[in-house]
Structures are given as structure tokens and as C-alpha cells.
Design a protein around this ligand. Sequence first.
Ligand code: NAP
Length: 891
Amino acid sequence: MSEAMVADRASEAAHGATQHVDVAVVGAGFAGLYLVHRLRKAGFSVVAMDEADDVGGTWYWNRYPGARCDIQTIDYSYTFDPELERAWTWSEKYATQPEILRYLGFVADRYDLRRDIRFGTKVTSATWDDATERWLLATSNGADVSCRHYIMATGCLSAPKPPEIEGVKDFKGGIYFTSRWPHQGVDLRGKRVAVIGTGSSGIQSIPLFAEQASHLTVFQRTPNFALPAHNGPPPSDRAALLAQDRAAFREQGRWSMTGVPLPPATEFSFQLSDAERRERFEKLWATGDLVGMLTQLWADQGNDVEANALLAELFREKIRSIVKDPETAEALSPTDHPFGSKRPCLDTNYYATFNRPNVTLVNLRKEPITAITASGITTDKRSVDVDVIVFATGFDAMTGAVKAIHPITGRGGKSLSDVWADGPHTYLGLTVSGFPNLFLITGPGSPSVLSNMSVSIEQHVDFVVDRLTALREAGFTTMEATATAQAGWARHMADCAPLTLHRLANTWYTGANVPGKPQGVMPYNGGVGPYRSICNEIVSQGMLGFRLTGPSVGAQCNDGEIVRLQPDVRLVLGMLAQMNLPPIESMGAQGARDFVTEFNKSRPAGRPVGEVKDGTLPVADGQLPYRLYRPATPGPHAIVVYFHGGGWVLGDELSDDPFCRDLCRRTGMILVSVGYRHAPEHRFPTAAEDGFAATRWIADHAIELGGKPGPVMVAGWSAGANIAAVTCQLARDRGGPEIAGQLLVCPVTDCRFDRPSYADNASGYFLTRSLMFWFWDIYCSPADRTDPRASPLRGQLAGLPPAYVVTCEFDPLRDEGIAYAEAMQAAGVPVEQLKARGHFHSSFVMVDVVITSADGRGQMANALRRFAGLPQSPGQDNQQSDRTNFNAAAS
Ligand code: NAP
């Protein structure tokens, strides 16, 4: 932009005439600065506004003693310009607030950004004008603004939460908020100081307050997990990695789950001994790496309550070893939330501070604050007189940062506050249906605060500026998320919930810290890399989910949902696609078997059960191997006879090992996985007859096997479910054994290939139509296929045992599974169905890989328990029950 234009703009602003720009930005922090830089470079006229007197955003306001970042500064930096990276060197591993502020000032100077920023200016309202297709902004200082696009770069933690305690106004001493700390500092020497709040801000500042105050009283409602930062110079190993290949280091961060290039742990908690787990923990404790502690101990620490409880206990041990007074140590030990579900803190001497004679901890769980008085703070057990109260009570996070700033009125006079009355609704956390040309940088529904913010900010800014550029080139003037896309994103966000334990804590992530705020996990927990790939896919699919309009080009709307798969299924399928495997059917039977054996070696080991025992059982013309899984609980147990998947050609009694272990643990029953014989060596009806014979033998030998005598259950997956279904028909017709119930997971039930699921899911979901053709060809001649022992859907269905039938949306076998369930039901068989949305054929057997299928396996386990006449197992049926499991694991 020319100097003359800048001068014009400044004078417009000064004289109160409306300032016309292409893009207006609120905020001059990390996001706002990069926006101004990129928009300008892309040729847009831009103005940014910030209430503060200078750049910095959150780092301008949060100046309390001890304020630092909690992502290593080597990662918490801009990466868009290698020259900038070379020009700035951080002095510490976790930089202080003054150094970060200096950095942002340096960036503003380097790119001459301040000339397009109006400081000391608040936007007081924003209104969309349909006629002009522009946003009209009223400001607190100087000219109003008219802009085509309006971008909120307001940060996630910028609206401080009010104290919510009676009597604050009566207090005669000094009141300070960590989030609005006076620029000139506060002299606490010799003062009696109270701090309310023990989140990151409290935990960082408390040790420094304690050094100055004559006495410090810390009022703690919820103890938090804190890890020593061990601050110092940036670690040389990571600095060396960056120096070695800066571009690769940054790219790895962009595609990682957290925005920090650290490889996640691959071993599971149950694969490590106590000593090994402790060693890993001690190493990270000594390193002081928060992201490492959150992701690198064991693979299930972030999604499994029991695995997480092991880690939480190691933290509590540390607290007990540092804090001398046992009662104080106990009060400081978090037990009400899993580690990582609430933002853990990085500290310097936090726990040791409570050994000081001038520090007292007041546990508000035991003695709540009743009031703030003229002289101090009263709980229901004591009154504490103080000279200063510091509120480290946090923020109305994510939505407050957008809503609290000013009224935003979109299309048809709709207010954003009304639209978000029951919680934030967004597409990608970036746009809101009904609010054209409005963008939220790192808004609710994007990885934002669950990631390295600098990486997420750059990704959002790049996405927005690239889209605005493309829009301009194509002649479009508006861009708006559709209602369908937004609803789909909400569903995808809900699908992501089981991937982490954030839903189990009352935190600012969920809105639970603000009384009356609608609750739900607000940031996207599906990972930074996956999120980036989704954004890229939206573009490659012609701006899926957006309506674009322009005066000379009309309207374009490619409506739809961007992610219909479960999030982890999407990742698994993406990885399989990247492997570029030849079709399994091209490998030949033995080649395919070798492939499966090799492939299974890389999956997570199954979880421990009481006992695993191999044996053989007789059938008419030979012996079949079996593997028995016994629960750790005292027997005798009910027995489930299990048949593995593999299209009657592949697999063996070990090939569904993790699934068998999981069902054994969840049901508390014995699973006997049968090694039935395969085609082409043994074609139809060997597998079916083996299944029946094995079930009869197992039922007859239940007591020998340590099981309960009486009816058994049968279960199977895919072709194994076909055998289970056939076994039930044969058992009914051949005088036993008695079968109490059948669990059929993605069963093959018919030899017809013209149902819609065969066309819908013909390829791309691992089990393909052509692979199924191949299986059928190897197993069974066309003449035999209508035999009910091959196609149980064609058999008599009345009088079969109760069934639980699981089908997956993205599976060629979906419709025949549903057809079998419906046909059995029509024949009077009690049937329950689980139609698994977003899942593929292998979802349920990929234990500890497809995390989102765990809930379904819990439901299967409860169905088996119902068949066996056992009470429902608590904590199996839905995610709510994770809370129950968490409480059990924590106690
Ligand atoms: P916070 O994590 O929300 O902590 C607020 C604290 O105040 C909590 O202990 C809360 O207790 C307590 N509290 C709130 N209202 C209260 C009341 N009425 N009575 C008693 N106690 C009350 O806020 P924060 O410490 O400012 O941190 C917010 C986020 O900012 C962090 O999670 C982090 O992401 C970011 N941050 C980062 C750093 C850093 O290291 N880079 C530093 C500061 C902040 P409950 O838990 O019971 O609600």
C-alpha cells in the first residue's frame, strides 16, 4: 500500500469518517500480527484494532510475575519466514512474558505492521449488511470501519472471568487480576497476600508472591497437576534438530497431533513394567517437557482411564515427596480429573513453596469461601486478614473471547450470542453459518488450545488468506458455511470425544468454569495434523460445505459433510492408503496369509487377561487348534465360542487376539477362539461344519475348560460371524448344543452382491467388493452358495437364539448384516442391532487403534452378558460410564 493511502486512512480514522478496507481484524497478538502481514502481502487493504496500546495480545495483558509460555519457545514461534527465525534467538526454554512481548514487538517492527493497527480501539459492534455485502464496525475510538471480511483474532483466553464471590467491592485492600496485571508491577513486599485460583496463572505466580509477601494464603478449589519446568537455555538436542533441517522440523510440527514435532509413544501401559513406566515418568519429570509428559509416556495415557490413573498416581507420589506436611500434600494432590484432561501446569518451585513458613494453603473443598470482607477472606472455618487479593481465576474461554467483545449481528439480524446460546456452533471452528465473511482464528471447534497455538494460528491465517485470495480471483464476494456442513462438524466433534479424556474434567475447555455456561469440549481434540488435512480436503473438494457468491459469477455451493468416517477410522484408512498395498486378492491365498501375519505384528498387543491357553479339539476328520482366554476373576465362567474373520481363507485362532482379549475382559467370560479349517485346502462346507463341531465339543467339555456347564454363546467377526450364525442354525436342527445367544459382528450372511452397500463401499474401505468376490470364489462354488450353511439368510430363522448384530456404515457387508437381523426379527428371534455410524469392516477388531469402537465393544459385551443371564457390567455401555471407571481407577 502506498504511503499516501496510509496517510489517508490515518486521517479518515482521526476524523471519524468511515474507514473502508477489504479486511478488518480484531486483535494484535500472534494471530492479528500474522494476519496483517499476510493480508497485506496478498494485496488486501487491512486494518487491525486492539484495545491495548501496543501489540502482544494475551502477552500484553498477562504480565503477572512468573508468566511464561508452557510450550517450548523453539516451537512457540512463527515459522512462516525462515529469515525471521534466523533473526531471533530465544534465551530460554520457556520464555518469560517480557521476552515474548519483545519478540512480538520485533515482528511488528520487522514487517512494519503497526501502521495498519489502531491501538486503544475497541470494536463496539459488528453488523453484516446484506445489501452491500460488508461488515460495518462501530469503534470506541475514531472512525467506524466498513469491511468485506471480518476476522476475529481475539485469542481464546482474553475475556477474564468475574470473581463470582460476594463482597469483593467491600474489600479495602488491593485487588489484582493476573490477567490484567498493572504494567508498573505491584510491590508485595511485606504484605499479607491472598491468591484465589491454582490454574497455570496461579501456579506460576504463587512461588514469586511467596518470596515477597510477609504471608501468602493460597485459596485452592481444585488442585492441578504441575510439572517442574526446569527452565534454562533452549535444550541443545532440539535446537540441533531444528538447525539440522528447519523446514522438516517445522513441517513435522504442522502434521503432528499437538503442533509440536515429538513422536507419540507407541507402547501401551500394559506392555510396560512398573519400573519401566516409572523410568519414563522420571525422565520427563527431569526434562520438564509438558507436551512430552502429555504424549510420550505410553500410548493409552490420553484415552484410557486406567492407563491415565497410573500416571496420575506417579504425580501424586511426587507431590507427597516434596510437600512436607501430609495434609497439605494431600490437598495439593489432584484426584478429581485425569491427567491432561485439564491443562496441566509448568511450575518453578510450586510444590516446595508450601514448605515455606509464610505460606498457607486453604482447601476450599473443605472450607468454601463465604465472603470477601473489608479486611480479607472468610471461609466457613476461618477469617484471613490480608492487604492484597490476587484473582488468578481464569477466563471465560473461547466463546467469551468472541461474544464478550461486542454484539455481532449476522444475516437476517441474527445475533451470534443468540446463535451460540446453547454453546458454540461453527464449521471448523473458523466460520459460522449465517455470518458470511466472518472468520474466527482458532475459534471453538478448532485445535486451538489443545495444540501449540502458534502452529494452529499460522494454519488458520494461511487458510483464510489463501481462501480470500482464491475468492477474489474467482470473482466471489461472500463465503459462508452451510447449515449442513456446520451440523456435520458438530457430529464430527462429538465423534472425536472418546479420543481423549477431556470430557471427564470440569474445566475452561468445557465451559464448566463459568457458572451457567453451556458445557461441552470446545476445542477440537482430533489433532492438529488431521485437522489440517481436513481443511485441505475441503479445498480439494471445491470448498465443501461453503456457499460462495459474487455479483458476476452467481452462487456456488458444494454442500455436504467433510468427515463422515469416525476420526480414527479416517486416520487408519489414510495410513493404509499411504502404504499403497497391492490388492490382497492379487497375493494368492498363501501370500495373503503371510501378509496378514506380518500386518498383525505391527498392531498393539492385546490387553492382559487372567490366562491364555492353547489346545486342540477333535472333529470328525481331524483336530482343530483353539486358544482359550480366561478372565482374571474366579471361575467358573460362562463360555463364548469365537470364530475369527478372514473370508474363510485367512487368519487363525490367534488372528483376532486383541478382540478376544477385550471381550474376555469386558464380559468376564471365557472366550474360546477356534482354528477352523480354511479354503482353498478345505472348501465349503468344512469351515461351517468345523464351527458346529467345535461348538458342540466346547459345550460338552465346558467343565474341563473351567467354564460353567450349560448353554454357550457364539460370536464371530466377518466370515467368522457367518460361521457363528450357521452354527446356531445347525445346533437348532441337530439337537444341540444349547446356544444362549449369538454375537454377529459384520457378518457375511448371503451370496448376493447387489445390495447398495456393495456399491456404496465397493472400494476404499479395506474390505473391497473384489476381495469379497475372491473369498467367495475360493470358499464355495456358485452352486453351493445358496446353501444356508454358506448363506444363512436363506435358512430357516425361527427358533434361533437371541442375536446381537453389529454392522458398519462403510462396509460392503452392511446391508446383508441388517437384512439378517431384520429377517431373524421377523421370524420371532429377539434381535438387537448396533449400526455403527462412520465405522468400517475392521473397526471393532482394531482394539486400541480404533478408539471410537470401544463403546460398541462395551455394548457387545453387555449383550453377551444378557444372553448369559448375567447383570450388566457397569462402565460398558456408553462414554458417560468412563466417569464411573475414572472414579474407580482413581480410588
Ligand atoms: P484457570 O486454569 O481457569 O484457573 C483458574 C483457577 O481459579 C482454578 O484453580 C479455579 O478453580 C479457580 N477459581 C475460579 N473461580 C473461582 C472461584 N470463584 N473461587 C475459587 N476458585 C476459583 O485459569 P488460568 O490459571 O488463568 O489459566 C488459564 C489457561 O491459560 C491455562 O490453562 C493455560 O492454557 C493458559 N495459561 C498458560 C500459561 C502458561 O504457562 N503459558 C500461564 C497462564 C495461563 P477450579 O479449577 O475449581 O475452577
